[in-house]
Design a protein around this ligand. Structure first.
Ligand code: ADP
Ligand code: ASP
Ligand code: MG
Length: 403
C-alpha cells in the first residue's frame, strides 16, 4: 500500500512529538508499505514567523512573507528525516521546489496545479520514507508560494491524488471531526463518518480541522480521508462521498470569528445599485458573504454584507471612494465585533423547520440575530462576537448533537 500521512503543527511541536510521529510512520513502513509524510511547521511557528515579519515591516510583501513562511515547514521535514534516520530507517525530506509542486502565481493563497511525482516515486522505490513540506508550492517565476493558513491538509490530499495513494490520513490534535469545535462546545461528539459535501460546508464555515480546499480536492479526485489523533490510536472520522448512516438532519455546528459586517445606508432604490456596489468590491478581489437588503424607507434602501476581517479595511476604502460618485450612499459603517454560527446537514434539504428550530434556540439563549443566510444544506446566522460560543452551544443542544 502507498499511504500519505499528514501531521499538523501540534503533532510535531517538540522532540518527543517528532519521535512519536516518526515511530508511527516507521510502523507502516515496516509492515511493507510505501510511506509519504506531509508535515506542518512545528507548533505555532507560522504565527511566530508572521509576528517577526510584522515587527520588521508591517507592510511586507506577500512574496517575502511566503519566502519566510516556507522555512517553518522546511525545519520540520528535515528534523523528521533526521529522527527517522536515528531510528534506523532511511528517510529523505523534500520541499516544494525539490518535489516540483506547481501552483498559481498568487502569494499567500496559491492553488496547487500540478505535482511531479517522479522523484517521490524513485525515493519510495528505493525504500525510503519521503517527508514533504506541507503548505508550500512554487509558481511560474520559481518563487515560493503558500496555500493559505491550514494549507498542509491540501498538500496531503493533492499528493494522495497524484500518487494514487491507497490511504490519506490526516493526523491532528483531536480525535476526528466533531459535531462542533470541542474547544467551543465541550460536549461535542466525534463523528464516525461525514460526507464530502457536509465537511466542505463545515470547513468553509470555520471548522478549521480541515482546510476547505483539501476537502474540495478530496471530493474531486475521490480521495477518502481519515481524520484522527496523532496522540492516540482511536479510529477517527472517515470523510467520503456517501455516508452509510441515515442523512443526519444536522451533522455539525461551525463558528467563524473572521467576519466583519459592513452596512451601506441610504442607497438609491433603482436598478443597478447592488450591481455597482458589488462590482466595486469584486474589482478589488473582495469576497462578499452574507447579504441583506432592506425594504425601501423614505425613498432609499440599505444593504449590509459580510467580508473577512482582513478585507474589511480595503472594502471600506473602496466604498468610501465611490460614496459620492457612482454609488451615491449616505453612510457606510463597519462592525468587526461579529461572528457567524452555522448548522450543516445533508438531511436539511428535505426537512422543513430546521431553520426555525435554530432561531428558537438562539431566542431562548437571548442571542439576537443580525443577519441570516441559507443554502440547501446549511443555515448561517450572524451574531455579536461575544455571544458566539453560547450561541453555538445552544444550537448544538437544540439539535441534541451531544452523546
Ligand atoms: P493541525 O495543526 O493538526 O492542522 P488545526 O488546529 O488546524 O490542527 O485543526 C485542529 C483543530 O480544529 C482542533 O484542535 C479543533 O479546535 C478545531 N476544530 C474546529 N472545528 C472542529 C470540528 N468540527 N471537529 C474537530 N475539530 C475542530
Ligand atoms: N503551517 C501552516 C499554518 O499554520 C500550514 C498548516 O498548518 O497547515 O497555517
Ligand atoms: Mg490544520
Amino acid at each position: 500500500m502507498l499511504i500519505v500521512k499528514k501531521f499538523g503543527g501540534t503533532s510535531v511541536a517538540n522532540k518527543e512529538r517528532i519521535f512519536n510521529v516518526a515511530k508511527r510512520c516507521i510502523e507502516d513502513y515496516k509492515n511493507g508499505n510505501q510511506v509519504v509524510v506531509v508535515l506542518s511547521a512545528m507548533g505555532k511557528q507560522t504565527d511566530v514567523l508572521l509576528d517577526m515579519a510584522k515587527d520588521i515591516n508591517p507592510k511586507a510583501s506577500r512574496r517575502e512573507l511566503d519566502m519566510l513562511l516556507t522555512t517553518g515547514e522546511q525545519t520540520s521535514v528535515a528534523l523528521m528525516a533526521m529522527a527517522m534516520d536515528s531510528l534506523g530507517v532511511p528517510a529523505v525530506s523534500m520541499n516544494a521546489f525539490q518535489v516540483q509542486m506547481h501552483t498559481t502565481e498568487v502569494y499567500g493563497n496559491a492553488r496547487l496545479k500540478r505535482i511531479d511525482t517522479e522523484r517521490i516515486r524513485n525515493e519510495l522505490d528505493n525504500r525510503r520514507i519521503v517527508v514533504i513540506t506541507g503548505f508550500q508550492g512554487v509558481n511560474k517565476f520559481d518563487d515560493y508560494t503558500t496555500l493559505g493558513r491550514g494549507g498542509s491538509d491540501t498538500t496531503a490530499v493533492a499528493l494522495a491524488a497524484a500518487l494514487h495513494a491507497d490511504a490519506c490520513e490526516i493526523y491532528t490534535d483531536v480525535d476526528g471531526v466533531f459535531t462542533a469545535d470541542p474547544r467551543v462546545v465541550p460536549n461535542a461528539r466525534k463523528l464516525d463518518e461525514i460526507t464530502y459535501d457536509e465537511m466542505l460546508e463545515l470547513a468553509s464555515l470555520g471548522a478549521g480541522v480541515l482546510h476547505n480546499r483539501s476537502v474540495e480536492m478530496a471530493k474531486k479526485y475521490g480521495v477518502q480521508l481519515v481524520v484522527r489523533s496523532s496522540l492516540n490510536t482511536s479510529e477517527g472520522t472517515v470523510v467520503k462521498e456517501e455516508s452509510k448512516m441515515e442523512k443526519m438532519l444536522v451533522s455539525g455546528v461551525a463558528t467563524d470569528k473572521n467576519v466583519a459586517q459592513i452596512s451601506v445606508e441610504g442607497l438609491e432604490n433603482k436598478p443597478g445599485v447592488a450591481f455597482k456596489l458589488f462590482q466595486h468590491l469584486a474589482n478589488h478581489n473582495i469576497n462578499v458573504d452574507m447579504i441583506l437588503q432592506s425594504v425601501e424607507h423614505g425613498g432609499t434602501q440599505d444593504i449590509s454584507f459580510t467580508v473577512t476581517r482582513d478585507q474589511a479595511d480595503t472594502a471600506m476604502e473602496t466604498l468610501d471612494r465611490h460614496a459620492n460618485t457612482s454609488l451615491k450612499c449616505e453612510k457606510t459603517t463597519v462592525n468587526a465585533n461579529v461572528a457567524k454560527v452555522s448548522i450543516v446537514g445533508a438531511g436539511m434539504m428535505s426537512n422543513a423547520g430546521v431553520a426555525a428550530k435554530m432561531f428558537e434556540a438562539l431566542y431562548d439563549a437571548g442571542v439576537n440575530i443580525l443577519q441570516i443566510s441559507t443554502s440547501e444544506i446549511r443555515v448561517s446566522v450572524l451574531v455579536e462576537e461575544k455571544f458566539v460560543n453560547e450561541a453555538a452551544q445552544a444550537v448544538h443542544d437544540a439539535f441534541a448533537l451531544a452523546n
